[in-house]
Design a protein around this ligand. Structure first.
Ligand code: PLP
Length: 385
């Protein structure tokens, strides 16, 4: 059947909304009820209960999220890490091996390096940009390959098409953390990925007031992940579902503005004499600018940069900047600054950080929806003019 709504802007507003409207309500009401009366269900996983991820608030979000990435199905979770850990524990069983990109979000990196062995799982890191080197890491028990659309915090864009080809050739499940791109800029199921994962805490919700996650992809894998989540218990509360549902509706307006603003800020920084290096896929100087242009509808709201003058210069910039908030996380309406070596990536050994190129002075910016020119003015004064 042809999809009901053609454009993502329309899907954001209308996909998954209850029909008919519940008592005429224009916004999705909150169903804050732990359980619902039996209605003839015979399977445990179908009983209506918040932990079983099937209240009306869950169902509406599942339909909306699946529509956004043109996928068969979706599942919301209690956090991005709940989405990532549950999807990995669904795809992998004790004894299995995972290939994972070597520059991952710190929480995912820590899950692999610190927790995997206690589940009987193993992994090898791969250079996402060097497909020729992947085969040497394959083992008979390799079951899946895991990458990020735009890597955190260096904004690398690995060879995503090669990942899908490699997965199909070797019978692996392909998983991708699509948080940085959001469904506005990239839709992994359209490119053949099995599972697309999100921290909805970031762009999808967009207002920095909840933690939530999502697993989007083909129906059998999403259903298996739902059943695992039913047991692990990382379900999103209906009130948080409501906030996510409300936030999602403005994703197109926010992300389009953030794409444009981040590009202008990256261009400004690249021209500034105090700036040594800027990482942003939309810059012509980015080594994968052409690939990002081919794959993405926009280059995103995230960038990172290094100043001449190392850690001291970075600290001074962060102290002098007036508009951005110094806080972890990303994807909200307010501009945020962090130094990944002391925050999101502090769990990585310093030599591992150096190996992948995360210097102690690297500053990461999540560009919000403030006026671009006012942010640039503020960055200019913080750089000393
Ligand atoms: N994936 C990426 C790329 C992230 O940046 C984060 C958090 O910062 C996560 C996953 C984890 O998400 P959450 O904090 O919602 O668990």
């Amino acid at each position: 059947m042809a999809p009901r709504y053609k454009c993502i802007e329309t899907k954001l507003v209308h996909a998954g909304e209850p029909e008919p409207r519940i008592l005429g309500a224009v916004s999705m009401p909150i169903f804050q009820s732990a359980m619902f009366e039996y209605a003839g269900e015979t399977d445990y996983h179908d009983l209506k209960y918040i932990r079983l991820n099937n209240t009306p608030n869950h169902v509406a979000l599942h339909e909306k999220l699946a529509a956004l990435e043109n996928a068969e199905a979706a599942l919301v979770t209690a956090s991005g890490m709940a989405a990532i850990s549950t999807a990995l524990l669904t795809v992998l069983s004790s004894g299995d091996h995972l290939l994972a990109q070597d520059c991952l979000y710190g929480g995912t990196h820590d899950l692999l390096t610190r927790d995997f062995s206690s589940f009987g799982l193993s992994y090898d890191f791969i250079d996402g940009d060097d497909p020729d080197s992947w085969k040497s890491k394959l083992r008979p028990n390799t079951k899946a390959i895991y990458v990020e659309t735009i890597s955190n915090p260096l904004m690398q864009v690995c060879d995503l098409q090669a990942v899908v080809r490699f997965a199909k050739e070797h019978g692996l499940v392909s998983l991708i953390d699509n948080t940085f791109a959001s469904p506005m800029n990239f839709r992994p199921p359209e490119w053949g990925f099995d599972l697309s994962l999100h921290s909805c805490t970031k762009y999808l919700n967009g207002h920095s007031d909840i933690v939530a996650g999502a697993v989007i992809g083909n129906a059998p894998w999403v259903e298996r992940t739902k059943r695992k989540l039913d047991h692990l218990g990382g379900s999103l509360d209906p009130h948080a579902c409501f906030l996510l549902h409300r936030g999602i509706k403005t994703l197109a307006l926010r992300v389009r503005f953030q794409n444009q603003s981040a590009l202008r800020i990256a261009q400004f920084l690249e021209r500034h004499r105090q700036v040594a290096r800027v990482n942003y896929p939309g810059l012509e100087s980015h080594p994968r600018n052409a690939r990002a242009g081919e794959l993405f509808n926009g280059f995103g709201g995230m960038l990172s940069f290094e100043l001449n003058g190392g850690v001291e210069a970075a600290q001074s910039f962060m102290k002098s900047a007036q508009l951005p908030v110094l806080a972890p996380s990303l994807g909200g309406i307010e501009t945020l600054l962090t130094r990944p070596a002391t925050t999101s990536h502090s769990g990585m050994a310093p030599e591992d950080r150096r190996r992948v190129g995360i210097s102690d002075s690297l500053i990461r910016v999540s560009v919000g929806i403030e006026a671009t020119e006012e942010l640039i003015e503020d960055f200019e004064q913080a750089l000393g003019g």
